[in-house]
Design a protein around this ligand. Structure first.
Ligand code: HEC
Length: 473
């Protein structure tokens, strides 16, 4: 008897439900009901937040694209208490919730908070100024001398800032880049002896233009040149991969360049989307490379005697390196790379070492399936630190100089997806502490400590460069 009674109630409730649905505005009503049922207990009945943040404040701490929001709902953020809805909701239902959130956002005319002008951290209160604006997908920043700053824009422009003023004209005659997917003009790096020799290095995606090919294959290429009369001159190709290794994929190019004190330089090339190739010695992708500053191969590179190996390879098993920096005190090479879903890594790079991708990883495929059961294996290095879910680590630099004295040799780590700059305190190759010092001001493409000791943050959306300096206390 009791059973029959409850069933009757369920039927009535379902009926009422479908009637109310028919009466409400057509598009988002399904999403609103799902939101109320599954999300409102934490994110607020009226979308205002509560046990968790509001989802209509235009602040997406963990990724603002539709794809990322869907992913965060599907797989959750377990370490923060955001449940995974993979088993409860279908992809369609999650999309309906998202449509509802987007409609509410525009209904309430929510605007994204602007650039903060101050930050509070444990050690410093910080002034934030917009150092450069009017850029398009700025990618990298470096400092030829105390007055000038160079900034790359991914579509293929090199921009000069002199005494804080951005020149409206890009540097003329820079190399033609393949501006597609994740490719374009990427890193700019100033030779440490720039004052004597004027060399500036650029990394970009270089396409092989063969006639009749719709989708030319491409690979990361490094050139150096000088700037005279606002024009790129004296160009020399410093690294070009064998042409049969060029790929038609448009992702995972790498690429940062960093100079070692011993006269060599390092740069990374991502796996170009073909993960197994990171373990192959005869291919340049999925590796960190080491070359002399003129492009020749150092005799003491780890694989010069291995006949099938490319002699420039320094490390392998690297998925998509996005940050490289030399520790100011130890001279060691540090690296960040993008993992798949989860498993962004901070690594200490040692010659000849296998960093394991894709044999070992802390990440999963973006569709949630397993890449590898293994998180560790003998003969493969473990990261010093990793981020799950992945924050989309990007530029990397150590703090130097007197301006942020308490942060001397601390590591700055930028992140695209989580829109943040993390500060890592590292001792004896271990991370003692992580503090997020900038959050939600935009996607962080690069971070750099300038010659003045200030922290420069290269942002995408908005496409600006911030300059951070400590406030006098
Ligand atoms: C048990 C509580 C809980 C429930 C229920 C819940 N969430 Fe969350 N959610 C969280 C927490 C905690 C976070 C982490 C951020 C914070 O503290 O607000 C989060 C974060 C998120 C984020 C990332 C936000 C950002 O800024 O990038 C999304 C997207 C999200 N939730 C969507 C949903 C959706 C959609 C539902 C319903 C299907 C849902 N959540 C249900 C607790 C919850």
């Amino acid at each position: 008897m009791k059973i029959v009674f409850t069933t009757a109630i369920v039927v009535i409730v379902l009926l009422a439900h479908s009637i109310s649905q028919a009466a409400a505005e057509p598009k988002s009503s399904a999403g609103r009901d799902l939101y109320t049922q599954y999300c409102s207990s934490c994110h607020g009945l009226n979308l205002q937040g509560g046990n968790a943040k509001s989802l209509v404040d235009k602040v997406w701490q963990f990724g603002d694209s539709r794809r990322q929001i869907i992913k965060n709902t599907k797989f959750g953020l377990p370490h923060l208490g955001m449940p995974a809805y993979e088993k409860t909701l279908t992809d369609l239902q999650i999309t309906q919730i998202l449509d509802y959130l987007k409609e509410a956002e525009s209904y309430y005319a929510v605007v994204k908070p602007g650039t903060p002008d101050q930050l509070k951290t444990l050690d410093y209160n910080i002034n934030v100024e917009i150092f450069a604006s009017g850029l398009e997908v700025p990618w990298s920043i470096d400092f030829p001398d105390s007055r000038s700053v160079l900034i790359t824009e991914r579509p293929g422009r090199l921009r000069l800032v002199t005494d804080g003023k951005l020149d409206a004209r890009p540097i003329a005659n820079t190399p033609k880049v393949l501006n597609e997917g994740q490719g374009g003009l990427m890193d700019v790096a100033i030779n440490p002896e720039y004052a004597q020799n004027g060399w500036i290095y650029l990394a970009y995606s270089h396409a092989l233009e063969k006639s009749g090919q719709k989708r030319p294959p491409a690979m990361t290429r490094i050139v150096r040149g000088r700037i005279k009369d606002h024009t790129w001159t004296d160009q020399q190709v410093i690294y070009e991969a064998p042409h049969d290794t060029y790929r038609t994929t448009r992702i995972h190019y790498g690429c940062r360049i960093v100079f070692d004190r011993d006269g060599t330089l390092y740069f990374g090339i991502g796996d170009r989307g073909i993960m197994q190739q990171a373990q192959q010695f005869d291919l340049p992708n999925g590796k960190i490379h080491r070359i002399n500053r003129d492009g020749t191969v150092p005799k003491d590179n780890p694989f010069v005697k291995k006949s099938e190996a490319l002699p420039t390879i320094y490390t392998y098993g690297n998925r998509n390196p996005q940050g490289l920096a030399i520790h100011p005190a130890t001279g060691q090479l540090w690296q960040t790379e993008h993992g798949p879903l989860g498993g962004d890594e901070l690594n200490l790079m040692l010659p000849g070492v296998n960093y394991g991708w894709p044999v070992i990883t802390y990440g999963k495929n973006y569709n949630g399936t397993i890449i590898s059961e293994l998180e560790e294996k003998s003969g493969m290095a473990q990261p010093i630190w990793y981020w799950t879910p992945s924050i989309a680590v990007c530029g990397l630099d150590f703090c130097r100089g007197e301006m942020f004295k308490k942060w001397k040799n601390h590591l700055l780590v930028g992140a695209l997806k989580y829109e943040q700059v993390s500060l890592l305190d590292i001792k004896d190759n271990r991370v003692l502490h992580e503090e997020v010092i900038l959050k939600n001001a935009g996607r962080v493409r690069d971070v750099a400590c300038g010659p003045d000791g200030a922290i420069y943050v290269v942002l995408n959306s908005p496409d600006i460069v911030l300059r951070l300096t400590p406030m006098q206390k």
